[in-house]
Write a protein that binds this ligand. Sequence first.
Ligand code: PLP
Length: 387
Amino acid sequence: MSAYLDYNATTPLDPRVCRATKPWATERFGNASSRDHRFGWDAAEAVSEARSSVADALGAGPVNTLLVSSATEALNTVVRSYVGYDRWAQKTIVTCATEHEAVLAPCRGLCALTGVGLHIVAVDDAGHVDLEQLARLLRASPGALVAFMAANNETGTVHPVREIASLVHAADGLFLCDTTQAFGRCAIDVSSDGIDFATVSAHKIHGPQGVGALVAGRSLTDELQPLILGGGQEQGLRGGTPNVAGIVGLGEACRIARDELDQSTSRIGVLRDRLEDGIVAQTKDVWINGDRRRRLCNTSNIGFRGVDARTLIRDMHDVAVSTRSACSSGSAGPSHVLKAIGLSDEDAYSCVRFSLGRFTTQDEIDYTIGKVVASAHKLVRAKSVRR
Ligand code: PLP
């Protein structure tokens, strides 16, 4: 037996997505930009239907939905567009210490290059920003680009998106909300939530890797500039032949995520609680990171005091979990998210992220509890013998 509890890193393709995608990679293989024959027309039609499905799932219009390669590309497109190409423009970006590197890296890099101001707001021990402090900061920086995620990928803490949106708009700012982990696990509606730009990554919602979307809440596509110049695809905002099969998969994954949101979140929430209760009941000196109430249904980040999390994970070997986001998992330092919520380096190195998904079973949960408890006990015993 083995268990895969790393759904925040990537998810397996849903068989329905696989079925929808396959014909577009085999017999119906046209280039959606080919205007002269049926293969091209059919591919363009498939892309258009998929775009509508993505837009519908997030409460947006298809014309405001750009199809891109990843959430990282979507986030970079907005940051790059806001910063613009004039050096030393009087602009400010406000973001949060627990954002994903797909936001922090372009903000740091482009602000350093252009002289645009950058404020990285601290969080409390549950991962929340102080909204009054944020309101004061935004009043002092009118017109800022404000990049706050809807839900954190490491702890699952869910931010008060609507409240943040109204603070941003009261200060004439633009709200970029990284909804990459939240979409499919919480209801996201860009118009009623007040989100100016939201992001989707197909591989986080049982779609294929290498495809995603940038979804604008209002008619904001004219605020954007292309990261990739080429043949004028995506309203001139992203050059390159569209990945038709991937886009069809993204559309189907979004449709399923929206239609099955309620049933899947309640089922997954029950399994997540079973996992936490099982581990907490049988292991001493453990704690749960993030906001216990306002948290993604699928995510649990557990600290095992005195245990090195990487050693614990290696000891379990057939249980797939992680210490932090997949793209930072090769880096040596402690997780910036766990540091931002106030953990010491030692405690941050002791935390394991468990993330569940559509295909997680109760057997996998029970197997994981057994493996975690046995490995944690073994490592604590080995440490006390060494002392
Ligand atoms: N934002 C968040 C919150 C994420 O968790 C991730 C991926 O882990 C990304 C952005 C980047 O997504 P992608 O893999 O589509 O580039």
